[in-house]
Each structure stands twice: as structure tokens, then as C-alpha cells.
Design a protein. Structure first.
Length: 162
């Protein structure tokens, strides 16, 4: 079987994803999983020494700045766990496409620890918080509303091949 360059790149990216994003069960299911920055990078707090959100912010930005953030720097997404997420913005409409990519990476990484991602992506309600308050969506509905067609396809192709 001959692979195209696009297929090879996809395989390499998926393998890098598996190596670089080693989340754990506790972070995915319970608390302090990480952040998604403005560039869409998933910051896994387990890889950062198992810190909780505020400790990581203090180490990264200093005590004064961390105290002023109110949970996360402006525009960032605080990932409490795989189903409770907060964007430090007016609404999720402010999320950048690369941040949705970061969320997809996080959910793909958590799929091995959180069976609901594989089995109930279109039925389990997740909590999405913003400055305008909480909203509940299934993972599938969230991606349909805030993601691109390519992002939706990428995530659900991953689930189909899991």
C-alpha cells in the first residue's frame, strides 16, 4: 500500500500526539487537567509536575499576575477535566480555531482514560463556562457549533478508528 504525503503527515502527527500528550486518568476525570493557550497548545499539568492550575499560573506568571487572571489568562481555556471547561472570554464564540484543535487533542488524549468520550460523545452533557455563564453541550454538539467541518471530521474519524 502506497501512502500519500498527506497520509504520512497525519500518521506522524497522530503518533507525536500520543507521545507528547500523556494525560492521566485523574486529570481527565477529576481535576486540574490543564490549559489551552491562545495558540491552541494543550498544557498538561501532569507533565508540569502534577500542579494544580493556580500553582502553575504562579510559577509561569508570578503571584500578582496569577491572582489577577481569575483562573486563566485572558482568552485561555482552563481545562478542569475532560468535561468541565472554562474560557476566559465573553463566550465560546471567542475561542480561536487553534484552541478548538487543542481541545480536540485533549479529548483524544483522554479517550483512553474516559470511556464516555468514545461511547457517549453525542449524549453526555459537558459544562462549558465563560464570562457570560455556563452552557451545556454534548461534545459532538460543541464541535458542530464552534468547530470547523474539518475539526468535526478529525475528531469523529479518530473515534471511529479508536
Amino acid at each position: 500500500m502506497k501512502l500519500t504525503n498527506k497520509q504520512i503527515k497525519k500518521i506522524i502527527n497522530e503518533e507525536l500526539h500520543n507521545v507528547l500528550n500523556e494525560v492521566d486518568r485523574e486529570g481527565c476525570a477529576i481535576h486540574s487537567l490543564g490549559f489551552i493557550d491562545l495558540e491552541g497548545n494543550f498544557i498538561d499539568l501532569q507533565k508540569e509536575g502534577g500542579m494544580v492550575h493556580i500553582d502553575w499560573l504562579i510559577n509561569k506568571f508570578g503571584r500578582y499576575e496569577a491572582a489577577n487572571f481569575g483562573g486563566a489568562p485572558p482568552g485561555w481555556i482552563k481545562v478542569s477535566n475532560a468535561y468541565v471547561l472554562t474560557i476566559k472570554a465573553f463566550s465560546w464564540m471567542d475561542a480561536k480555531p487553534q484552541q478548538i484543535d487543542g481541545l480536540i487533542e485533549m479529548w483524544m488524549s483522554c479517550a483512553k482514560h474516559s470511556p464516555w468520550i468514545r461511547k457517549k460523545a453525542n449524549s453526555k452533557l459537558l459544562e462549558f463556562w465563560s464570562d457570560s455563564g455556563p452552557q451545556e453541550y454534548t461534545l459532538g454538539d460543541f464541535l458542530e457549533i464552534f468547530g470547523t467541518k474539518e475539526q468535526v471530521d478529525r475528531f469523529f474519524n479518530f473515534l471511529m478508528n479508536y
